[in-house]
Write a protein that binds this ligand. Sequence first.
Ligand SMILES: Nc1ncnc2c1ncn2[C@@H]1O[C@H](COP(=O)(O)OP(=O)(O)O)[C@@H](O)[C@H]1O
Ligand SMILES: [Mg+2]
Length: 215
Amino acid sequence: MIKVNNVSKKYTLKNREIFALNDTSLSIEDSKLAVIHGKSGSGKTTLLNIMAGLLPPSNGSISLDGVDPYLLGDKELSLFRNKNIGYIPQGTSGVSSLTVLENVMLPANIYGVNDIKEKAVSLLKDLGLENLMDSYPAELSGGELRRVSIARAIINSPKMIFADEPTNDLDKENTEFVLKLLKEKSREGMSVVIVSHDEAAMKYADDVIRMGSIQ
Ligand SMILES: Nc1ncnc2c1ncn2[C@@H]1O[C@H](COP(=O)(O)OP(=O)(O)O)[C@@H](O)[C@H]1O
Ligand SMILES: [Mg+2]
């Protein structure tokens, strides 16, 4: 269960205060796919990053299966995130000097899990990337790179997945593929939170969180 309790995020620029997020509360149950919807600048990425343990709120608190990640020390927080949270960042990413397979294994290798290759290969096969395992990120298309990001986010079988505009820039076929896959993960028991203004995402949503209307 993901809980957000009266969370705000304030930035001070010169003498001006900007609320990227203002007194927001919500909860997302396990095995649900929630879509955060709203216009540009409404605080979607800020909310997602706060829920993913990446950005401490200025006010309020969050709870991820009963744990407030911002009460953990740095090292505990890294471990907690590595084990429980899969994050699919906006845009394309990947460590350019590592192959696709090495990129996918990275989150497992960081904490000394070394018998992960079989799982990574099987995940890449599921995602239709078996022929690209030894390629480098620069050699892949946008849709293929997004699938690599997803494989990397789920390699440690996290309890929660957070994705920022995961279908942005993808064609219809890749969009459906990515959304179906994330839906499948939620059915397997993961909580999935997607930021999206893509109408295609709506039909997969168990919950729609409309930014602007909840603030
Ligand atoms: N680091 C930051 N410093 C100052 N303002 C920020 C920062 N991050 C976000 N904002 C502002 O907060 C608002 C919400 O941003 P964001 O969460 O990225 O919105 P969205 O993802 O919905 O487009 C925007 O007005 C943005 O300019
Ligand atoms: Mg955003």
